[in-house]
Design a protein around this ligand. Structure first.
Ligand code: UDP
Length: 254
């Protein structure tokens, strides 16, 4: 059988042509990068876990009527998604000061923010994903004011929902990054949640110990990265039945 046509390879995922028009296959790699790809590595089993975690969270969000690109998981490392026009903005929602916000504004990491803060970064590797304001986004036409209304509304709903969901399993949702896309269906356009939601793009701290359970373990060389991702999946009740031995997943694609 001919291999599927690869459309795009990113740092952590590959997109292939889907089986039907308007669909894509999203393949999750074990590769990890940080600091605009200056730091590179592999986290064994990460792709398998992120595929499962993102599936779980996208399905939960669909239950509260958050539109997403997710259709279904195909196998250990792949999921079928709807093809969308990606809006070139990273939407970061923060509940607790950490990472770049803590550094930029000199707020000690771990400080609870007076209210949730939404930030935007222009997706451009050459420029190092600079922070932008809504004004830049609408002035340069990356998204319309109407798109932005939908995006902010969805981002805050997703934050409220995921904060509660994670709290229920003893995890504090510190901050996370979302990407949105435009989905065209019967002459209508809808903004939908795209990309993935996983410990690669969330900060997740154990609610009791504040231990980091996310990609900061890789960024900051804290060790036990695989274990942290597995623990997130385990707490969400979605660790593959066979346990961690199988986390490498199939080496070949369908
Ligand atoms: N984030 C991401 N991709 C990026 C930048 C940030 O997924 O290119 C996520 C990151 O994992 C964290 C949140 O967005 O959960 C906020 O990241 P921050 O701005 O603090 O940047 P960092 O410290 O990761 O450079």
């Amino acid at each position: 059988m001919a291999r599927r046509r690869q459309l795009y390879e990113g740092k952590a995922k590959i997109l292939f042509e889907g089986p039907e028009p308007g669909t894509l296959v999203q393949y999750f790699k074990d590769d990890a990068t940080a600091f605009n790809a200056q730091k590179k590595g592999t986290i064994t089993g990460k792709g398998v876990l992120n595929n499962r975690i993102s599936e779980f969270l996208m399905l939960k969000l669909a239950e509260i009527n958050v539109p997403t690109h997710f259709i279904r998981r195909l196998n250990m490392r792949e999921q079928l998604i709807k093809e969308v026009e990606i809006i070139p903005i990273e939407v970061v929602v923060r509940n607790i000061a950490a990472g770049s916000l803590a550094q930029r504004l000199g707020i000690p990491e771990g400080t609870r923010l007076p209210r949730s803060i939404v930030e935007y970064y222009y997706k451009n590797d050459h420029l190092g994903d600079p922070m932008v304001a809504e004004e830049h986004i609408t002035a340069f036409g990356w998204a319309s004011p109407h798109d932005m209304d939908d995006i902010i509304h969805l981002a805050l709903r997703i934050n409220d929902f995921l904060t509660g969901l994670f709290l229920g399993v003893g995890i504090t949702l510190v901050d996370f990054k979302l990407e949105f896309g435009r989905l065209y269906e019967n002459d209508e356009m809808r903004i939908v949640l795209a990309d993935e939601i996983s410990p690669d793009n969330c900060r997740l701290w154990d609610s009791k110990t504040n231990e980091k359970m996310d990609k900061d373990r890789f960024r900051r060389d804290l060790g036990k990265i695989e274990e942290a991702y597995q623990e997130v999946a385990r707490r969400l009740g979605i660790l593959p039945e066979a346990g961690s031995r199988d986390l490498k997943g199939p080496e070949t694609m369908q």
